[in-house]
Ligand binder design. Structure first.
Ligand SMILES: CC(=O)[C@@H](O)[C@H](O)COP(=O)(O)O
Length: 257
């Protein structure tokens, strides 16, 4: 049975999306990307010298033809900035997919929900395949889908915090109602967080800091690959319900008195 992640017209075997640009060493980044088996890589457009493609940059150690690039609008604090950055990405031929980030506050880096919705509407109208980074609000997730988002990307916890999933209940609400893929993005700290997101029924996980900041990023990337696969299989297999009291593991029938 093929179990692929479908975003807009694209289909992926891997459900792990990886952020780039935060690794200390570009060779380590390349090895981590390889071991993660991620097919979608995200990067901040503002950190790329888009007006000079020959200038050194953090993507050059990667064979970009092997990946789907997901440029993001990191650093945008207004709708106008976000839309301008997205248009720049498209004009530079980077990709038709865009991860919308409209940040509402510099300390928490939480998204501005109203700006995110507005930017999503504008960019969908302009023909982008829009994947908005959003907070874990089920109502906003619904409105983003109604606006034409190709996926919704609720944060597990603040970007780079490594706190893991703060509100699994909200994620569950978003997942239950979603008609597009739900990709848990940001705040993932350990492979177990990614496995939990997938067990909850998320379609994918996007992370950066947990791998790029690990003591051994390549080994951690591999651990995340396995965790996402395990979580997905656990979800598809259907976990047992939680009960208040014990149930004997060995059935009572057939026991010799
Ligand atoms: C694009 C990117 O890599 C981040 O914006 C993303 O939200 C990952 O967050 P973490 O670094 O917390 O995984």
């Amino acid at each position: 049975m093929s179990d692929t992640l479908k975003i807009g017209p694209y289909e992926f075997k891997s459900r792990l999306l990886l952020g780039t640009g935060k690794f200390e060493d570009m060779q380590v980044q390349a090895r981590a990307v390889e071991l993660s088996e991620a097919e979608i890589l995200t990067f901040a457009i503002r950190r790329l010298p888009v007006d000079n493609p020959d200038a050194p940059n953090f993507l050059e150690s990667l064979d970009l033809k092997s990946f789907k690039l997901l440029p993001n609008t990191a650093g945008a604090y207004t709708v106008e900035e976000c839309v301008r950055i997205a248009r720049l990405a498209r004009a530079s031929g980077l990709c038709d997919m865009i991860k919308v980030e409209v940040i509402g506050d510099p300390r928490t880096l939480l998204p501005d929900p109203i700006g995110t919705l507005e930017a999503t509407k504008i960019l969908v109208d302009e023909g982008f395949i829009v994947l908005p980074y959003t907070n874990d609000d089920p109502i906003l997730a619904r409105k983003l889908q109604e606006a034409g988002a190709a996926a919704v990307m609720p944060g597990a916890s603040p970007i780079g915090s490594g706190q893991g999933i703060i509100n699994p209940n909200n994620l569950r609400f978003i997942i239950e109602e979603a008609k597009v893929p739900v990709i848990v993005d940001a705040g993932i700290g350990a492979p177990s967080d990614a496995a939990l997101a997938m067990e909850l029924g998320a379609d994918g996980v996007l992370l950066n800091t947990a791998v790029s900041g690990a003591k051994d990023p390549a080994l951690m990337a591999q651990a995340f690959k396995l965790a996402v696969q395990a979580g997905r299989q656990g979800y598809l297999a259907g976990r047992i319900p939680k009960k208040r009291y014990a149930t004997a593991s060995s059935p009572a029938e057939g026991i010799i008195e």
